[in-house]
Design a protein around this ligand. Sequence first.
Ligand SMILES: C[S@@+](CC[C@H](N)C(=O)[O-])C[C@H]1O[C@@H](n2cnc3c(N)ncnc32)[C@H](O)[C@@H]1O
Length: 206
Amino acid sequence: MGIKETLARNFRQPSGLMGKLVGLFMNKGNDFMNRFTIDFLHPQSSDRILEIGFGNGKYMHEIAGKIKTGFVAGVDFSKTMVAQARKRNYTYIKQGLMDIKLGEVQQIPFENESFNKVFTVNTIYFWPNPDSGLKEIHRILKLDGQLIISFRSKDKMEKLGFTKHGFTLYETQQVMELVKKAGFRDIRVESTVDRMLDVNCVIAVK
Ligand SMILES: C[S@@+](CC[C@H](N)C(=O)[O-])C[C@H]1O[C@@H](n2cnc3c(N)ncnc32)[C@H](O)[C@@H]1O
């Protein structure tokens, strides 16, 4: 397997030592994008927030540190990332402020209407079925809850060689349509530029 394919595999589902290194690399490469997203998430102390596909859990840690009370949870299907995120967030988990679960966006291991905010950064490329993933997010969000999906557009991502391996790329309009089809309302997009790449947050309300 070539280096591009190995990288792509570990972006999709970080595994083992290489996965841990890719997790650290993503903390650097996606930092601006995560911060741009969290600005729109606007965490409050009364929030119940879910992150889907949290990498090594750096941003859940930062959010929990900001809001002090409330509840922050994460779901990710990488055992390596779940272990890393649990280690990083040990104190918050012990305090009952955080819960980190191994799981799939297609089958989110939380009850109906558990959260008032859900966000996910750089994961939609790997969802096996965006319609059912969005249906699941809709299920676990409370009425009037907010969803933010952050991604880089097809147009820009297809220029990066590794995205040929296992990525499904989307234009902003396509993600907005998927979100609408899943029953969300008040759908808007906030975009900016991060170095040579774009950052798009599709923001919607249940
Ligand atoms: C490219 S990384 C992005 C990590 C972080 N959000 C960031 O922006 O740096 C994708 C993350 O989403 C997780 N992931 C990918 N597909 C998933 C799925 N279908 N369900 C749950 N987690 C998924 C991966 O395990 C990985 O931790």
